[in-house]
Design a protein around this ligand. Structure first.
Ligand code: AGP
Length: 609
């Protein structure tokens, strides 16, 4: 969603702000703007469109300001336009604000402020903030914002500055991420860590209900009333280039190739050296709760939801516990039958997805124990859950999730084996077989990545098709869901995932001469059934790309094109099978000239409903 940057220090502010906004571009936006304290006033430049449009508007101007704030906006209220771009100011033009989130009671506030004589220029919800501050401003921006926030309902990460208080930035966080970067004689603010890494790795991660005053020489964190809050420094271990492309053409390709490393990091220290046990002491899960667990619920959005579908299969298969899996935007409104003694697993790469966070709150409100699987330390989901099982995939910049998804699968395998062990439902040798294979699965991914050229050739063959089908049974169907989404979201080719056994109940009518069908056939107990579905579609003219293990399944009628997976335990096949599908989607998008890392209409983190 929106990106926020702020700077107060000894450098020229404009280059720092633009650099920071560039590193947040992946978050998805449709306009950008900055405001600096210049020549006794607030100088503002803001434009609809990409950051380049803003940079062009700044060309030829010279600035000396050393304090400023910047913003990239993903429109929610008010169309993308210069006027609706942030920053927004009060009537006098002496207070400027940038904001990420939604002010839910902005209509009421806007009409009240208008009745108080305020003049509004934009259609945004955000603009009520500078006018509210103006309403309460008596020379102290912190106090004015503190009073203003008493009137505000909704989510916000906001940053404000006033021309009468040079060098001073005031920020507040509720339901939307904000991080402060600590420097020497300078301090930085951003909505995400990659924007800070050029300058500092020491940060304060603000929590909901916290404000901060930032000047070149100090950072004071407090609650909304001004009561000081002690903050631990969070030292960022990511290398700056980790958030860069590291030589790949796109973040997405880089992140696909980072998957072996991401898997190793996520498994590190969580399987004992004899591969007999899963070590998840980090989970604050009472063993009594686990032993008496009647049902597990999993809820998430998009790709994280697809990881949850795999989670359902493996927890039921290994731990023998019933599992329900729900799209979070459905879960939160369906009055779910959950309560104390239930385990709800929420999955979110960013940890900021609005629907997932709302589902988490709903689960907690009903007394369930919430376990978060997330990739971002300090994210809202991480802080609001009862337990957290972090995926250590490192920053995922591309809008299309790949390495985060793979590490979410790894997390579910760890959780499933751990639950099985806690409940005595999985014999030691079966457990060991899975854990050994899990510890070596990164090598299988490496093998598939080395074969990317063959996948690229298949993508070139099909990249101009109008529609593709992905079919499979059981775990293969769950992987088909993810393969289909990947292709749709970055290549814009329509695709549909279908349970292979369900095709004949209608959708088979769409299978005609030359229609590409990607068939996953990795599960031994379902192979023959899937093979008959492959024959079903081939008989109607489909061109089949089959993913299967080499060897006994290598029959000539499996498909027109075969993608062999390296050997592994069949239950772990999804970790391998998804890799060719990610590469297929990536290359199809490249051949179609699509903006792979920033697909149209999409954002990396959907922090609004
Ligand atoms: C994944 O490729 C998509 N970009 C999207 O479906 C994403 O998985 C979804 O928005 C959930 O995001 P989260 O994992 O950060 O909660």
């Amino acid at each position: 969603m929106c990106g926020i940057v702020g700077y107060s220090g000894h450098r020229q502010a404009v280059p720092v702000l633009i650099d920071g906004l560039r590193r947040l571009e992946y978050r998805g936006y449709d306009s950008a703007g900055i405001v600096i304290a210049e020549n006794g006033g607030l100088a503002i430049e803001k434009r609809a469109g990409t950051l380049e449009v803003l940079v062009q508007a700044l060309q030829g101007q010279s600035f000396t300001a050393t304090t400023g704030i910047g913003h990239t906006r993903w429109a929610t209220h008010g169309s993308p336009s210069d006027t609706n771009a942030h920053p927004h100011t009060d009537c006098s033009g002496r207070v400027a604000v940038v904001h990420n989130g939604i002010i839910e009671n902005y209509r009421f506030l806007r009409s009240w402020l208008k009745s108080e004589g305020h003049i509004f220029r934009s259609d945004t919800d955000t603009e009520v903030l500078p006018h509210l501050i103006e309403q309460y401003y008596r020379g102290d921006l912190f106090q004015a914002l503190s009073l203003a926030l008493e009137r505000v309902e909704g989510s916000f990460a906001l940053l404000a500055m006033a021309i009468d208080e040079p060098g001073r930035l005031i920020l507040a966080r509720q339901d939307s991420p904000l991080v402060v970067g600590l420097g020497m004689g300078e301090n930085f603010i951003a909505s995400d860590i990659p924007a800070l890494l050029t300058y500092t790795r020491d940060t304060y991660i603000l929590n909901d209900g916290e404000m901060a005053e930032v000047t070149p020489d100090g950072i004071k964190v407090s609650d909304f009333k001004g009561t000081p809050v002690f903050k631990e420094i969070f030292h960022v271990n990511w290398e700056a280039e980790q958030a860069e492309k590291a030589g790949y053409d796109h973040f997405m390709l880089k992140e696909i190739h980072e998957q072996p490393h991401a898997l190793r990091e996520t498994l590190r220290g969580r399987v004992d050296e004899n591969a007999r046990r899963v070590l998840l002491d980090e989970l604050e899960l009472d063993s009594g709760l686990v032993r008496n667990l009647k049902k597990v619920f999993i809820t998430a959005c998009g790709t994280a939801y697809h990881a949850g579908v795999i989670g359902k299969y493996v927890i039921e298969k290994l731990a023998r516990i019933p599992v329900e899996v729900d799209i979070a935007s459905e879960f939160r409104y369906r009055d779910p039958l959950i309560g104390p003694g239930d385990l709800v697993v929420v999955v979110s790469q960013s940890g900021e997805t609005a629907d997932t966070r709302a589902a988490l709150r709903e689960a907690r409100r009903r007394g369930a124990h919430v376990l978060a699987i997330t990739n971002v330390v300090g994210s809202s989901v991480a802080r609001e859950a009862d337990s957290v099982l972090y995926t250590w995939a490192g920053p995922e910049i591309a809008v299309a999730s790949t390495k985060a998804y793979l590490t979410q699968l790894a997390a579910f395998y760890l959780l499933a084996v751990w639950l099985a062990e806690e409940r005595g439902n999985l014999p030691g040798d079966a457990r060991e077989g899975i854990l050994r294979a899990l510890r070596e699965i990164d090598a299988g991914v490496e093998t598939l990545l080395a074969d990317a050229g063959r996948i690229a050739a298949l993508a070139r063959r099909y990249h101009e098709r109008e529609c593709l089908f992905f079919i499979g049974r059981g775990l293969d169907y769950a992987v088909a869901l993810e393969g289909s989404l990947k292709l749709k979201e970055i290549s814009y080719i329509h695709a549909e995932a279908y349970a292979a056994g369900e095709l004949k109940h209608g959708t088979l009518a769409l299978i005609t001469e030359g229609v590409p069908v990607i068939a996953l056939a990795t599960q031994p107990d379902l192979f023959e059934k899937t093979l008959s579905n492959i024959k079903e579609v081939k008989a109607r003219g489909a061109e089949v790309v089959a993913l299967t293990f080499a060897g006994e399944y290598d029959t000539e009628d499996v498909g027109d094109h075969l993608i062999h997976l390296p050997p592994t335990h069949p239950v772990l096949a999804p970790i391998l099978a998804v890799v060719p599908l990610q590469l297929f989607a990536y290359y199809a998008a490249v051949f179609r000239g699509c903006p792979v890392d920033k697909p149209r209409n999409l954002a990396k983190s959907v922090t609004v409903e």
